[in-house]
Ligand binder design. Structure first.
Ligand code: HEC
Ligand code: HEC
Length: 400
């Protein structure tokens, strides 16, 4: 950064003074750090990295050099933890978003969209349970069989470039249509849904005013999915203790939680897959792609006699060897409240999840997972360190 910025800083010396200072202090801090494990990531983040990003943004604007070459980054946000850091990933026109989300909210709680009139999105994504359901897996629509996978929370789900545990839906609207029409989930039919929604003035009047030029059923159906998606996109509170700390409130987190953050980003390696700022699969620095990873999550949390899970994840979609047991990295924001964990709901506590990581995932347990992307070397986390990581994860719980 120092090399790239040098000519600009020389050209506008006065305007770049603060930025140059922060940059050189940050470099000094890095140079003075001793070991990988001892590096105080939190201190570096709040004292140097975040101010640097903010000051750089201001400097770029002063010089009129906003290139806008990246699709999702918002130049006007001060840093990665600002609520408006990324532009939304959908195509909803800004002036329609609010009204669309309001209909979406009503539809989300409306069981008339389902085939049997009994199930709504909120049957599984329960607002009082952080939009998860607290179950290992939910039951199918007719209650005769378990669904294949655990219900994920919808908080921050709009900050993903693909949806579902295996990333099979590229957009939220594709994902929503899949669920609406899936006979095991909502068992809805396009014709019945359209008849109900378009026949209900509460919905149809607003949809007609937002989209006056709609002439066919597929377009109407798209708008319904778009409305649901607009609502899900509002579910990103960013008001946890951690977020308050990032916004400058030094009292918002305890010393143990800060230690837990440093372990999460350092020795425990969690941050190498659970990327900032949403602690999920969204890959920096362009945020244009969501990643899948292979941990080899076993069938149950019995790690003494582990059994291979038969869900092959993304491999079911693309028969490529390294997709065997590949799943999208979920967020750990609000995970305090969204157990049981993993695609199969196999882990009942955060302790057992971290125990699994600490032992080196499937390979560390002696299971054959040749393409495991998680390091198989044990992490050697101590009990107090594991407790600190959990305390940190708890600092990511939003006020519901
Ligand atoms: C019967 C329970 C059930 C109902 C009803 C349901 N979902 Fe889901 N939802 C799930 C499960 C289970 C998954 C994960 C499935 C998978 O990955 O294969 C999921 C995944 C999702 C995802 C992807 C999240 C992510 O992180 O990948 C979104 C978004 C979502 N649902 C929204 C909705 C909306 C909107 C509705 C209503 C139209 C709805 N769901 C109805 C159970 C349900
Ligand atoms: C190699 C990438 C990778 C690393 C490193 C990693 N995770 Fe994960 N994490 C994942 C993936 C992928 C899943 C989903 C696995 C599945 O469903 O089988 C996951 C799931 C989780 C879940 C469950 C969330 C839920 O909603 O079900 C928690 C909690 C979690 N990880 C915490 C951590 C912690 C703590 C660390 C560090 C000790 C860590 N992760 C390290 C990729 C990773």
């Amino acid at each position: 950064m120092e090399i790239v910025l040098a000519p600009y800083l020389a050209y506008k010396e006065e305007d770049g003074k603060e930025l140059a200072n922060t940059l050189s202090n940050g470099i000094q801090y890095l140079n003075n750090s001793t070991t990988f494990d001892d590096f105080d990531r939190m201190q570096y983040l709040v004292k140097y990295a975040l101010p640097l990003q903010q000051q750089l943004g201001v400097f770029i604007k002063k010089l009129g050099l906003e290139l806008n070459t990246t699709l999702y980054l918002n130049y006007n946000a001060s840093n990665v933890f600002s609520p408006d850091f990324l532009k939304s990933f959908d195509s909803i026109p800004p002036q329609k978003r609010k009204e669309l989300a309001l209909i979406g909210k009503a539809l989300f709680f409306d069981s008339k969209l389902s085939g049997n009139g009994l199930v709504s999105c909120s049957s599984c994504h329960q607002s009082e349970n952080y939009f998860a359901d607290g179950k290992i897996v939910s039951a199918s629509l007719d209650k005769t069989q378990p669904l294949r996978r655990n219900t994920p929370s919808l908080h921050y789900s709009s900050y993903q470039q693909s949806q579902f545990w295996d990333g099979r839906a590229k957009t939220m609207t594709a994902q929503i249509k899949d669920v609406l029409f899936n006979p095991l989930e909502m068992g809805g039919h396009q014709s019945a849904i359209l008849k109900y929604v378009m026949g209900n003035v509460k919905y149809s009047a607003i949809l007609a005013s937002l989209f006056p030029d709609t002439h066919n059923n597929d377009e109407d159906m798209n708008h319904i999915a778009l409305a649901l998606s607009a609502y899900v996109t509002t579910l990103n509170p960013m008001n946890s203790a951690f977020d308050q700390y990032m916004a400058g409130d030094k009292k918002a987190m305890t010393a143990t939680q800060v230690k837990g953050f440093n372990l999460f980003m350092g020795k425990a390696q969690c941050g190498s897959c659970h990327f900032l700022p949403y602690f999920n699969s969204l890959v920096p620095p362009f945020y244009d792609r969501s990643e899948v990873e292979v941990l080899g999550t076993p069938k149950t949390d019995n790690l003494t006699h582990p059994e291979v899970d038969d869900d092959m994840g993304r491999f079911d979609l693309y028969k490529i060897r390294y997709y065997k047991q590949a799943f999208k990295t979920p967020t750990v924001r609000n995970t305090e409240k969204t157990g049981p964990y993993m695609h199969n709901g196999a882990f009942s506590s955060l302790e057992s999840v971290i125990d699994f990581y600490n032992k080196g995932g499937a390979n560390g347990l002696g299971l054959a997972t040749p393409d495991q992307t998680l390091a198989s070397k044990p992490l050697n986390l101590t009990k107090p360190e594991i407790a600190a990581i959990i305390q940190f994860i708890n600092s990511l719980t939003d006020k519901n």
